[in-house]
Unconditional design. Sequence first.
Length: 388
Amino acid sequence: MGIQFIDLKAQFAEMEQDIRAAMDRVLAHGRFIMGPEVAELEKKLAGFCGVDHCVSCSNGTDALLMPLMALDVGPGDAVLTTPFTFIATAEVISLLGATPVFVDVDPRTFNMDPVALDQTLADMGGAASGSPLPKGARGLHPRGVITVDLFGQPADYEAINEVAARHGLFVMEDAAQSLGATYQGRPVGNHGLCAATSFFPAKPLGCYGDGGAVLTNDGDLADTLRSIRVHGKGSHKYDNARIGLNARLDTLQAAVLLAKLPHLPAELEARQRAAETYGRLLDDVKYVTAPDLAPGRTSAWAQYSVLSELRQGIMDFLKQRGVPTAVYYPLPLHLQGAFADLGYRKGQFPIAERCAEIIFSLPMHPYLDQATQEIVVRAIGDAVAKLT
Ligand SMILES: *Cc1c(COP(=O)(O)O)cnc(C)c1O
């Protein structure tokens, strides 16, 4: 079999017995909606992340949406986030009628730049330091910040939380790619009001369908989220306290995740080793910049993303050699048609735009061996030699 970008088959081969047994238990008890595995998973995940509450849900996008609903984010509100992320991060803001306000990223970590966040907030308040703002931004009420832990590396929470606190804003982590990563020694989920994560199959902890969860130390928020995920239920099933969603995690998916969770620490270590090996091998390759971890952070290495002006040539060459690659993300969100109404223009977020032009990701998963990584990096070296 060829080189896999993310090797879910190798993982299944490793855990097949546990996963089949867990799924069989659900088939036997038949409680497919909110069965006992759901609560068990929430308890174990909260323990794993060192948070008081884990509220599972249908996918990572709903995990982002539900806290915004709980906080009554809506028309007239602004939520600040990065343009260099997956559409879901900002989509949930618009879905509630609020306005996404983008903030450029740091060129080394690809995560939100706290200085740019501070400047954007100052400009929304009437200062004029030249931050790009969406149409009508000066009349909006800034409510919160959604940071993204892109590719698995946590954002700069100390600096971002300081800015957010000064402006009275909540901070929500988009931890869809960073479950298991740490910032200043503490796991994601502890660095803002809450964190949203995803169990999409390709994420660091993936199920066999859609799934997600919110992690938080705020008990009131957790209670509201538990209500929102079941149609805004009140004290019983046919008492509806608020408008909610049908956003539960399937019991079968919880069972898959329960079988996989005990393996996650070893998988995270294997990803870290693979990242170190790539870093070492890429040291000898010119025209390709390997990713960096900022001080005080560990990454879940959801992706291993490199920068190169020669991106297209290298990717084409690697494809011929049977090495899969991918681009996350080819178009920053402020230039997406879905956000055309915001009135942003090309050139306004130069770092995100530059990254989108030259970034690409190499095969990365816990079952990647050094011999395969040597093949990948040798192919990159050969491509660079041919292209320069
Ligand atoms: C995957 C992802 C999401 C959405 O998760 P789903 O489970 O697919 O809804 C949100 N944000 C980021 C950064 C992601 O990578």
